[in-house]
Design a protein around this ligand. Structure first.
Ligand SMILES: *Cc1c(COP(=O)(O)O)cnc(C)c1O
Length: 392
């Protein structure tokens, strides 16, 4: 079968490759500890489920406006105003089939062939592919562990060319959990404003931050920063609604209109009753989120302590999201592994622990584990990693 070059060049997700192998081992009867998950392990809160059921029963089972139902857009505006100090009109909001789809639409609407997008690494696996699929060129800026994997203003300045259209900021970050401070964002925004570069601010983990850290949206820094930023967010991660596929973008009305036109010819609209569920998530009680966050926090501290006691690997205490990014370079060298893919494969085969190798995040000395799984599994997983690393 002939496959279009545009799509044939896509790298299959590393997460999926490991998941497939883990599934195979499980089917053979092995007790596999999966630490690869990219989604909360809690159920969607009941009041959200009820809202979607009620919406279906009330007949909200038809097409909706391409950019989403007015009630939800209004609720998103209110959320952004109240929690982020950002003032948007509904015409500046598009609801999409997940934050991922919002990002996809954004790059399709923004990029011409050869346009460059600056992507700090380690990065979320989908950014480079989305940029490439839109005809753009991903340009990587290496965030160093010494700087909590964050980029410096100097790195940014050096990477900018006349082709640069956008910079992606993902804070809190997947996979590292790092958070940019207000001061750091101010310096970055100043450069982007001066060079007329759009900041794509992926804030999907905004609610999952620990140790009293503050989430700052780049759009909230100043009027100029607001004009140069598109905020991306959604309900998947904070409300454990990954399967519902509701996310959104907020920004320049002209850009949002272009994204909406694109949606109208591809996906038509995000699922009608899922939008009512998202409405309930934003407007309803927030206790479930607080409970989930408290549980993540406990696991985060416990698993980081266990992992840092293993000779040959180390990790920073993540400040947000639900991942630990672990430096395994010494363990890899000691075991004589070719690369982190081979190391992760061996860990899975010998100790039956599934992790995500850092190659997919642009960080080949690292692995990512998720603590969106039970404490029991985390303890078992950490013990097996210890055996695997110290046993060689
Ligand atoms: C999970 C995730 C998203 C997308 O979430 P949706 O389910 O598509 O809303 C976007 N960015 C990052 C960094 C993520 O980890």
């Amino acid at each position: 079968m002939k496959i279009a070059q545009r799509v044939a060049g896509i790298t299959p997700s590393k997460t999926l490759a490991i998941t497939a192998k883990a599934k195979e081992l499980k089917e053979q009867g092995y007790d596999v500890v999966g630490l690869g998950a990219g989604e909360p392990d809690f159920n969607t809160p009941q009041h959200i489920i009820d809202a979607a059921i009620n919406a279906m029963e009330a007949g909200h089972t038809k097409y909706t406006p391409a950019a989403g139902i007015p009630e939800l857009k209004k609720a998103i505006c209110e959320k952004l105003e109240k929690e982020n100090g950002l003032s948007y009109k509904p015409a500046q909001i598009i609801v999409c089939n997940g934050a991922k789809h919002a990002l996809y639409n954004l790059f399709q609407a923004l990029l011409d062939p050869g346009d460059e997008v600056l992507i700090p690494s380690p990065y979320w696996v989908s950014y480079p592919e989305m940029v490439t699929l839109a005809g753009g060129i991903p340009v990587y800026l290496a965030g160093e562990e010494e700087n909590q994997f964050k980029i410096t203003p100097r790195q940014l300045e050096q990477a900018i060319t006349e082709k640069t259209q956008a910079l992606i900021i993902n804070s809190p970050n997947n996979p590292t959990g790092s958070i940019y401070s207000r001061e750091e964002l101010e310096k970055i925004a100043e450069i982007c404003i001066a060079k007329n570069i759009l900041i794509v601010s992926d804030e999907i983990y905004e609610k999952l931050i620990y140790d009293g850290e503050e989430h700052v949206s780049a759009a909230a820094l100043s009027k100029e920063a607001y004009d140069h930023t598109v905020v991306i967010n959604g309900v998947s991660k904070p409300y454990s609604m990954t399967g519902w596929r509701i996310g959104y973008a907020a920004g320049n009305a002209e850009l949002i209109r272009a994204m909406t036109n694109l949606s109208s010819h591809s996906t038509s609209n995000p699922t009608s009753f899922a939008q009512y569920g998202a409405l309930a998530a934003l407007q309803g009680p927030q206790e479930a989120l607080q409970m989930m966050k408290a549980e993540f926090d406990k696991r985060r501290k416990a698993v980081v302590e266990m992992l840092n006691s293993v000779e040959g690997i180390h990790c920073l205490l993540p400040k947000g999201a639900f991942y630990v990014f672990i430096n395994v370079s010494r363990a890899m060298a000691k075991g004589g592994y070719r690369d982190v893919d081979a190391w992760s494969q061996a860990l899975l085969e010998q100790q039956h622990v599934a992790v995500v190798p850092g190659t997919g995040f642009g960080a080949p000395d690292y692995i990512r584990i998720s603590y969106a799984t039970s404490m029991e599994k985390l303890i078992k997983g950490a013990e097996r990693i210890k055996k695997f690393v110290e046993g060689v």
